[in-house]
Write a protein that binds this ligand. Structure first.
Ligand code: HEC
Length: 93
């Protein structure tokens, strides 16, 4: 293998050129959101949104209606996490 192709292999292996996924804040449910909510789109969709708990509940229900494998307990954890991590920008009080 020549030097040039070796460089290509190294670049490919280290993922140079790929932008990193948006970081989610730490908290219970984070791994669940990362695993479940990336099935159809990237996390950019998720982190761009701000909503109340009720709105997140509706959204998660809508997103996961065709995925019966996610248990109610997992859905609750996802909603709790999202409501805490991505609340509305203007407090509705
Ligand atoms: C079954 C596929 C699927 C899964 C799983 C999924 N989504 Fe989506 N999501 C979509 C599609 C398709 C769109 C684009 C539809 C649109 O723009 O209204 C979208 C758009 C979005 C949007 C932006 C549009 C809006 O209404 O604000 C948000 C936020 C979002 N998803 C959050 C989530 C979260 C949170 C999860 C995990 C609980 C999730 N999605 C899992 C399919 C999915």
């Amino acid at each position: 293998m020549g030097l040039k192709s070796l460089a290509v292999v190294i670049l490919a292996a280290t993922g140079v050129g790929q932008s990193p996924p948006p970081a989610l804040p730490e908290g219970p449910g984070k791994e669940l959101v990362e695993a479940v909510c990336t099935a159809c789109h990237t996390l950019e969709r998720v982190v761009a949104k701000r909503a109340t708990k009720a709105e997140w509940q509706d959204k998660v229900l809508e997103m996961l209606q065709e995925d019966p494998d996610i248990t109610q307990q997992e859905r609750d954890q996802i909603v709790d996490y999202l409501a805490k991590a991505f609340p509305p920008k203007v407090a509705g009080k």
